[in-house]
Design a protein around this ligand. Structure first.
Ligand code: CP3
Length: 344
């Protein structure tokens, strides 16, 4: 039988509401901190045995309904030597950011050989997960979100540099996104070829855009990525933070499931995305005050989700590093026991 998570992604009625957590692998887990040491996360990702083990840690501890590959949205750009590092506590940093047409040459096509470390990890993970029939989610950054790092040179609050580029030289911006679309498609297809059974596209920072900007500068590239995966027949999830005002537009990108961040009540989120299954959307901060308050917050989300089929429980963004894992353990139990959406 197909796993509950995949059937829920297809909008089918399922025995219990499936649950996984964005950033379920990572610093909130003591077993992760013990394994990771202090090197760059990119080195950990480059080590298939280590990356496999880190991917499996949250599956074992929480009994979540899906694993997500331990990787990062900048991995393909690191693989083609764009000059990316990931600084702990800060995020991706680009030594020599994208500024001009000349930089397009630094964004050559990705080959599957460039990401052999990633596909080797997937091979190991898929073998391990087969015993419990737990699906693996592959992922990539959506072109706009990746472009924001490559152009800004690092994390930003204002997105001033990339907005400058898109409005000053829309043609160059389009050429940049064309490169990112091609790379993203290769990256995602390789993950599915090796056994990822669903894909999440993180357009984490799309919420920084106006509706007009989203329509013109982010949506078409995301649409092209999703179209290029259509023949693979795996569910796709599109997610961004602060995207309440964009959800109707994002729903036209063609993903099977829409991720809803915690700023939107889930019943309202469901209305905004139409018939599509939704994933979300517990405020990650509400997991920081102990089991009782965390579980109460999870019940509020289940209530808002209602009983219609097509709800995948998740946080409204990633697990915060200071989260006590016992809170997430308790939430998984409650979602499995009480989340009855779509039960026939
Ligand atoms: O468990 C999982 O969800 C899988 C692992 C995962 C990582 N990055 C590992 C990671 C996933 C899905 C990502 C995606 C990612 N990376 C996104 C999209 C998701 C989102 O949060 O919106 C983004 C924007 C990035 C870029 C990035 N990489 C950031 C912002 C950071 C955090 C910097 C920090 O230290 O706080 C990273 C580093 C990173 N990627 C960590 C992990 C576990 C933490 C650093 C470490 O352990 O060394």
């Amino acid at each position: 039988m197909e796993p509950v998570f995949l059937r829920a992604c297809r909008g089918e009625s399922v025995e219990h509401v499936p649950v996984w957590f964005m950033r379920q692998a990572g610093r909130s887990l003591p077993e992760y901190r013990a394994l990771r040491g202090t090197g760059s996360i990119l080195d950990a990702i480059a080590d298939p045995a280590l990356a496999c083990e880190i991917t499996l840690q949250p599956v074992r501890r929480y009994g979540v309904d899906a694993a997500i590959l331990f990787s990062d949205i900048v991995v393909p750009y690191h693989a083609i030597d764009f000059g990316v590092d990931v600084v702990p506590g800060r995020g991706p940093v680009i030594a020599d950011p994208f500024t001009s047409r000349r930089d397009l040459e630094r964004l050559r096509d990705l080959t599957v050989g460039d990401i052999a470390h990633v596909t080797n990890t997937i091979d190991l993970v898929v073998r391990e997960l087969a015993t419990t029939n737990t699906p693996l989610i592959g992922f990539a950054g959506a072109p706009f979100t990746v472009a924001s790092y490559l152009v800004e040179g690092g994390p930003t609050r204002e997105f001033a540099v990339i907005k400058g580029l898109m409005h000053r030289d829309p043609t160059l911006f389009d050429e940049l996104l064309d490169r990112l679309v091609a790379i993203t498609i290769t990256f995602l297809r390789a993950q599915v070829d090796h056994g990822a059974r669903a894909i999440q596209l993180f357009d984490s920072w799309a919420g920084a855009l106006t509706r007009d900007e989203y329509r013109r500068f982010a949506l078409p590239a995301t649409q092209r990525v999703l179209e290029a995966l259509a023949d693979l027949n795996v569910p796709t999830i599109l997610f961004g933070v602060g995207t309440g005002e964009l959800l109707d537009l994002m729903s036209t990108a063609g993903s099977s499931v829409m991720g809803i961040d915690w700023h939107v009540d889930l019943d309202e989120g469901r209305r905004r995305v139409g018939e599509r299954p939704v994933q979300g959307n517990l405020d990650p901060a509400r997991c920081l005050n102990g089991v009782e308050l965390g579980v109460a917050a999870a019940r509020e989300v289940l209530q808002r989700a209602g009983r219609d089929a097509g709800h995948i429980f998740n946080l409204g963004h990633g697990v915060l590093p200071t989260t006590d894992p016992t809170v997430l353990e308790a939430i998984v139990r409650v979602v499995h026991d009480e989340g009855r959406a779509g039960v026939q």
